[in-house]
Structure formats: C-alpha cells, structure tokens
Design a protein around this ligand. Sequence first.
Ligand SMILES: NC(=O)C1=CN([C@@H]2O[C@H](COP(=O)(O)OP(=O)(O)OC[C@H]3O[C@@H](n4cnc5c(N)ncnc54)[C@H](O)[C@@H]3O)[C@@H](O)[C@H]2O)C=CC1
Ligand SMILES: O=C(CO)COP(=O)(O)O
Length: 344
Amino acid sequence: MGKEKVAIIGSGNWGSAIAKLAGNNVKKHSDVFDDSRVPIWVFEEEYEGKKLTEIINTEHENKKYLPDVKLSENVVAIPDLVEAVKGATALVFVMPHQFLSKCLDQLEGKVEKGAKAITLIKGVGVDGPDIHVFADVIQDRLGISCSALSGANIANEVAIDRFSETTVGYRNEREGQLWQRLFQTPNFKVQLIDDVAGVSLCGALKNIVAVAAGFIDGLEYGNNSKAAIMRIGLLEMKHFCQEFFNDVKEESFLQESAGVADVITSCLGGRNRKCAEAFVKQKKPFDELERDMLNGQKLQGIHTAKDVHIFLKAREKLGAYPLFDKVYQISWEGLPVEKLTEGL
Ligand SMILES: NC(=O)C1=CN([C@@H]2O[C@H](COP(=O)(O)OP(=O)(O)OC[C@H]3O[C@@H](n4cnc5c(N)ncnc54)[C@H](O)[C@@H]3O)[C@@H](O)[C@H]2O)C=CC1
Ligand SMILES: O=C(CO)COP(=O)(O)O
C-alpha cells in the first residue's frame, strides 16, 4: 500500500494550528505519510496587499489567522479546493461550519476512492426535525469513512505547544490510530474512543454553553454562576445526545477532553465567550462584534444555538433544554440577558 497523502481543508485559526502539527508529524511518521507536501486549501483573500496563499507559501506563516507561528515548509497553500484534495487519501475538514456545505458541493465525486476523512468542525447540520453530525454528512456526501476530532483546544495555545489533550471519535480503530499519528505530539495528547457522534456533539453543543458563560461574564455575576452554567450546560449536552442519538457513550462527556474539558476551556477562554461578554457590555449585535473583534475568525455558538432551537421546536422539545433555548432567545430574539438564569 502507498503512503497516505494528507490534505487540509480550511486554513483559519484552528486549521492553521493543525496544519503546523500535521506538517511536522508527516515527517516524523514518513513510513506512513507522504512527507513531501501537505496541501492546505485556503479561501483566497488579500491580506496587507498580498494574496494569503502567497504569504503562507513564502513566509510559511498564516499572518492573518495564526500570526507568529511558523508552519513547516511542506505545508503548501492552494486556493482551488478540488486541486488541494487531488490524490489525497487522508482529508482533514477544518473550516467554520457555515461553509462546509458549499465545499462538499464542490468535492462531490472529486475525492480519491478509498480515501478517509476526519472532521474538526464544531457544529451540527439541522433540517427541521432532522439532525446530523458533520462526520456523517461528509461520509454520506463523499462516500468515504469520516471520523471526528474535538477537545479542549484553543488553537493559539495548541499552536505554541502548550500541553493539551484532544479526543478522536473513530470509525474503526485502524483509522483512529492513523489520525493519532497525524496529530499527536508530546504536548498534544490524542485519546481515541469509538464514539463519532458523542465527540462531534460535544464539540458543537459546548459552544452554546460558552455563549451562556460569556453572558454571565457580561453580567458580572461571578464564578459560582459560571460554574453553575457549565454544570447545567454539560447536563443538557448529555441529555440531548442521549435523547436523540442512540449510540453515544457516557465517557465522551465525563472523561474525555471533548466533553467536560472543552466546556471548561471554552467557558474560560474561547471566542464565543469573549463575544458574548461584549454583547452584554457593548450592547451591539453579534455580527458587528464578530467583525470588530475577531479579524475574520467566525463565531459558531450562536448559529448552533439557532440550529438546535429549530430542531427542538420541530420535535416539540424546547422546554426540556432551558439553557440552550435561553441562549437562542437572547442571541436572536431580543430576550433581556438578565432572564438567562430564570427557570434554570
Ligand atoms: N479556533 C479554535 O480555537 C478552534 C476552532 N475549532 C473549530 O474548527 C472550525 C474551524 O475554525 P477556525 O479554523 O478557527 O476558523 P476561523 O474561525 O479562524 O475562520 C476563518 C476561516 O474561515 C474562512 N472563510 C471565511 N469566509 C469563507 C467563505 N465564504 N467560504 C469558506 N471559507 C471562508 C477563512 O478563509 C478562514 O480560513 C470551527 O468549527 C471551530 O469551531 C475547534 C477547536 C479550536
Ligand atoms: O473550540 C474551541 C476550544 O476547544 C474554541 O472555542 P471558540 O470558538 O469559542 O474560541
């Protein structure tokens, strides 16, 4: 069997951090991976008067989304999505969830037969009463096996090699071990679990909880309130997964980085938390805050709150998830933020 050829689809803050790890690890495991080239698809834009792909390919740094972190020289930025995945056998999906569907439209019928994929995207696909994790969406649309990676992984910290853990929910153990080889470093520990849905849903739903934590910070309610939001949020996450997905594992919530640890880090230090605090203090809408505070990076939590609201409404289950619903109502329907804790 030939060596695995990796392609990374997405080059934002997390996409660039993961490209750094993958670029180095393919060299470390050159018995398994083709280490000559790791293509990364870049949604082309100008940054400081130059094309972002040109900056990445000459300076080996994504100056817009992950400044001051050097990427290995085998990481090659490519603006054409289909060209970026040409010949790839190991596809890493890592773009903000709102852009996945358009990418899959372009990729359908274009990926290598027998390729495998992993998604690092945090979000869910909702269509009225139907809900899907993105690993399933990718698998169905492209006809390839797709695992999921999620964890307490603030990208800027992983990128500078601070000790962190993550969880891979695998389709089969062999694929889990392949992804572990691609991403694990002495300071980035990759745990494996046979729970694609649980890992994916933890990553999506914790973003709603992080928005709630940001509201608490905006209200200056203090640490007890924030701890309560984390606890209630984690329970709603677990309840939601167990109610609507058959095969999720309890360990994914309580023992894995994807569950409890990601709730904690996101409620302390994530972008969703930061913008939600500003929403309360500055009284500006989220799209304006995203534009002013994130320099092109994207919020996921408020969109996931809306997706989950649409789904729960269609299933007539809104009352069963009061925290998720309060986040939706405050973010999208003008409910006063002081109502967040009412009835929890
Ligand atoms: N940043 C972080 O700390 C972490 C992020 N994640 C997840 O990883 C996923 C990707 O996040 P990031 O890499 O941080 O992205 P990001 O939040 O930095 O978003 C910017 C990216 O979106 C792209 N983009 C903008 N407009 C686009 C369009 N119209 N079509 C396609 N792409 C477009 C930009 O080119 C850029 O690559 C998200 O689901 C996020 O929740 C997961 C763990 C950590
Ligand atoms: O997923 C993350 C940390 O694990 C990042 O969360 P934010 O998108 O809120 O920054």
